[in-house]
Write a new protein. Structure first.
Length: 492
């Protein structure tokens, strides 16, 4: 056990200063259960201070700042993240247990890329304009100008903490808003480091505020129900999205929700076999399966079912589960032991329902401090009915259920038979079929022969329980700004 009194204290950042909150809670490393930091929780008063500081910033110089000034600031923040790259990697990996190699390849570079992408975009974002013929035969010009929404609340989850926070923060800043962020209570470290980067980059006081704490009955709820918040952007569980929507209803705050998924992959017999196993293997197990886009339902054309199951089993068993800091580690722990308990409860239910556990299904044993961590084995299930909870619920672990199909229409129907609708992937070399099937997917994102291949200009979001709205590129700019249409009569 670590000496908690020696742990660093992660504080809130309000109006340009680091401040303590009311109570403290532990920040735990899920690789071995040690307390790595203490975190000070923002109560209702501090949340209110943060919203007041943000409002002051919007009403002040920042609210009148120009696009070039804001874009320059965003580039500076990107550079600030890169200058402290290793600290971010360590913070992200220690909080989540994800391999440092993964944080170095994905989370931290994407954080910097998010700022650059929206700095580029805001500089070139077009305005809409129309010449309008008037009833008296004259002409009017209609054009829309972009204004900040005001004070934006950002609430983020623990799986890709910095990536998802900056994905929302960068366009919100680009559009001239002031922001109050609440990261997940499980992963407070990278957001705290980001507050230092923001301060050092010269972000004006009150423009970026960070409050730490929990959701219901705590910081998150105080924030989303605060009457002076204009918009709430949230990534997390569908259930939480519904609670947040309720809190936003009285003030009619606008919302953008990126929520859970139970994503299908459809593997046709003509797929490129090695590529499919390599890339869909990531699509099932990356980040220990804790990516909202991961495939938890895999439908395989019957003639290659046996091959697929044994090849994916080999892939799962080849993944090196280890200490996050070791270079060759491919799989870290889950986020926490309570989350592992949830994942293991699905493994137990699968067994009770008569599933075949092709591989995994349990907890690895290390004989060292990792046995106090939240590790779980990568797991493949077969033989469950489509109606079973293991096939309908988002498990959010390194696990998938594999089922056969005989006809394309059957695969499409099974893939779409869900309340979620975030991402689908299709694996085939038949280009006509790829287009045909992709268009039938009832999701926000369809990948063909790839997975999690991102272009930050594209629409990103889900249907059904997977979300409300789209972010990415112009979709983000449209959420984080208000358009004021100006109609000016030109002649007469
Ligand atoms: P979560 O919903 O439990 O928590 C997310 C955030 O919401 C945390 O900061 C939490 O403190 C806060 N929160 C909880 N209750 C709240 C309330 N009543 N009011 C205000 N804030 C509240 O999600 P999680 O467990 O941290 O993350 C995992 C989930 O996120 C999975 O369902 C996953 O699919 C989803 N996710 C979706 C996307 C996407 O883009 N669609 C991306 C990443 C994660
Ligand atoms: C979910 O866990 C991953 C979300 C990814 C993004 O929001 C993104 O922009 O790539």
């Amino acid at each position: 056990m670590s000496d908690v009194s020696q742990s660093p204290l992660l504080r809130n950042f309000v109006d340009g200063r680091f401040v303590s909150g009311e109570r403290e809670f532990d920040d735990v490393n899920p690789a071995d259960g040690t307390v790595i930091a203490r975190v000070t929780e923002a109560g209702a008063q501090l949340v209110n201070d943060a919203v007041i500081a943000a409002r002051k910033a919007v009403l002040g110089e920042w609210g009148r700042s120009g696009v070039r000034q804001r874009a320059a600031l965003l580039y500076k923040i990107a550079e600030g993240i890169e200058a402290r790259f290793d600290e971010f990697v360590r913070a992200e990996s220690d909080d989540t247990g994800k391999p440092r190699a993964l944080a170095s390849r994905l989370d931290v570079p994407r954080a910097a890329a998010n700022f650059r992408a929206f700095a580029d975009l805001i500089k070139t974002a077009p305005l809409e304009a129309f010449d309008t013929e008037t009833p008296d035969g004259k002409l009017a010009l209609n054009y829309a100008v972009r204004k900040p929404v005001g004070v934006v609340a950002i609430i983020t989850p623990w799986n890709l903490p910095l990536l998802l926070l900056t994905w929302k923060l960068a366009p919100a800043l680009a559009c001239g808003n002031a922001i109050v962020v609440k990261p997940s209570e499980e992963t407070p470290a990278s957001a705290t480091l980001l507050a230092e980067v923001m301060r050092d980059a010269g972000v004006p006081n009150g423009v970026f505020n960070l409050v730490h704490g929990f959701g219901e009955g705590s910081t998150g709820e105080y924030l989303v129900s605060h009457p002076d918040i204009n918009a709430v952007t949230f990534t997390g569980e569908s259930r939480t999205g519904s609670a947040i929507m309720k809190a936003c209803a009285p003030g009619l705050k606008s919302v953008s929700f990126e929520l859970g998924g139970k994503n299908p992959a459809i593997v046709f017999a003509d797929c490129d076999r090695d590529e499919t196993i390599a890339q869909l293997g990531d699509g099932i197990f990356l980040n220990t399966g804790q990516v909202c886009l991961c495939a938890e339902r895999v439908y395989v054309e019957r003639p290659i079912l046996e091959w697929f199951v044994s090849a994916m089993k080999r892939k799962a068993e080849s993944l090196k589960i280890g200490w996050p800091a070791e270079n060759d580690t491919q799989l870290g722990p889950l986020i926490s032991t309570p989350h592992r308990e949830k994942v293991l409860s699905y493994f137990r239910m699968a067994r009770e329902l008569g599933a075949t556990i092709v591989t995994g299904g349990g907890v690895p044993e290390f004989g060292d401090a990792r046995d106090h961590g939240a590790y779980v084995q990568p797991t493949i299930l077969t033989g469950l009915p489509e109606s079973s909870c293991c096939v309908t619920d988002e498990i959010f672990g390194p696990v998938c259920h594999v089922a056969p199909f005989d006809a394309e229409e059957q695969a499409v129907a099974m893939a779409n038979d869900t309340k979620y609708g975030l991402a689908a992937s299709i694996w085939t070399n038949d280009v006509k079929r790829a287009h045909r099937v992709a268009r039938q997917m009832n999701v926000g994102i369809t990948w063909v022969n790839c997975w999690f291949l991102r272009d930050l200009r594209t629409p990103f979001g889900g249907v059904g329980l997977s979300g409300i709205g789209r972010e990415g590129g112009m979709h983000s700019l449209n959420f984080y700004s208000e358009l004021n249409n100006i109609c000016i009569k030109i002649s007469g």
